[in-house]
Ligand binder design. Structure first.
Ligand code: DND
Ligand code: ATP
Ligand code: MG
Length: 275
């Protein structure tokens, strides 16, 4: 892929934030979280803490917006999560001084497997989605009980490709970084002071052992973000996108396919028109 300067020169599209834009976005998102919680009359927020870059960034933003005492983190590991992720998630909460609970979701997931063994045992995607949705149920259990809102951690790259579990990690009350591509989330995280090892960590949905986002999608986030910005959300044709980014045609086709087949995840469930 071309470097970011060449990218801007060729297209006029700026994917990476300038320092001024970064500060503006940071303030804008912090204010968004503060306003949303206040307008809802809620007593703060809850979020799932994975040790990954998205939830870590949201934790930092929420602590800034609401005060650490009004943020409740849930660390929800299962057997397929590396132990290091759990430790990192807890460390994020401790660094920020936010309340957190660590709850093993294995027994809950096992109850689903026992209830429907013919489906869950072999299908790693279906089972992975149960893990993700189980976390959503726990987030809302705590949010209901403590009059809090659930903060989502979805970013623009995931939303555009449907790279999330329907009614799982997307079952939230807001998406503060929902308009940022993954590369922009990394920029914001650095600006917030997130430790470098978390900023550069390989993104994973951790739905099964060894899963990584980039391997599953068949694309690097750098290419994905650029193809989205230029072609799917931007004005460039497929041909111009391939030329500008020096990516294979299959990469552009893949992103377009992911975008089109996931449209149902970005809208309310449809109903027939009234007669
Ligand atoms: N055209 C259509 N109109 C309406 N609904 C449609 C539909 N096609 C499928 N569906 C429904 O959608 C379901 C499939 O969607 P879903 O259940 O989400 O499952 P699916 O999209 O198959 O899998 C979730 C994907 O998101 C990734 N993920 C999940 C969670 C977290 C992260 C992460 O980055 O951390 C990534 C995961 O690795 C996987 O690639 C179908 O079972 C069906 O019920
Ligand atoms: N083990 C976990 N405990 C608590 N929440 C989790 C866990 N795993 C995932 N989640 C929640 O699901 C969200 C979606 O996962 P996703 O992998 O997209 O984000 P991330 O882990 O924060 O960052 P990355 O994409 O870089 O791995 C997380 O941000 C987090 O809120
Ligand atoms: Mg993750």
């Amino acid at each position: 892929m071309t470097d970011s300067k060449a990218f801007v020169e060729k297209t006029g599209i700026e994917l990476r934030f300038s320092d001024t834009e970064l500060e503006a976005y940071r303030e804008h998102i912090v204010q968004f979280i503060a306003d949303l919680v206040e307008d809802a009359g809620a007593d703060g927020a809850v979020l799932g803490l994975s040790g990954g870059i998205d939830s870590t960034t949201i934790a930092y933003l929420a602590a800034e917006a609401l005060g650490a005492e009004n943020v409740h983190g849930l660390v929800l590991p299962s057997s397929v999560n590396p132990d290091a992720d759990e430790t990192d998630a807890e460390q994020v909460a401790e660094t920020l001084g936010i309340e957190y609970d660590t709850i093993e979701i294995g027994p809950i997931v096992n109850a689903f497997v026992e209830a429907a063994p013919e489906h869950a045992a072999e299908d790693r995607m279906a089972l992975g989605n149960v893990r993700v949705r189980t976390r959503g149920v726990l987030n809302y259990f705590v949010a209901n009980a403590e009059s809090r809102l659930v903060l989502g951690t979805g970013n623009r790259s995931e939303a555009a490709t449907g790279y999330f579990t329907k009614y799982g990690d997307q079952a939230v009350d807001c998406n503060p970084i929902g308009n940022l591509y993954k590369c922009q989330v990394r920029q914001l995280a650095r600006d917030l002071g997130v430790p470098d090892d978390l900023v550069t960590r390989t993104p994973t949905a951790a739905m099964w052992e060894g899963q990584t986002d980039e391997e599953e999608m068949g694309l690097s986030y750098d290419d994905l973000d650029a193809i989205l910005a230029l072609h799917v959300h931007g004005p460039l044709s497929k041909h111009a996108t391939i030329e500008t980014l020096d990516v294979p045609e299959t990469a552009v086709d893949r992103v377009v396919e992911l975008h089109e087949t996931s449209a149902h995840k970005r809208s309310m469930p449809p109903a027939p028109e009234p007669l």
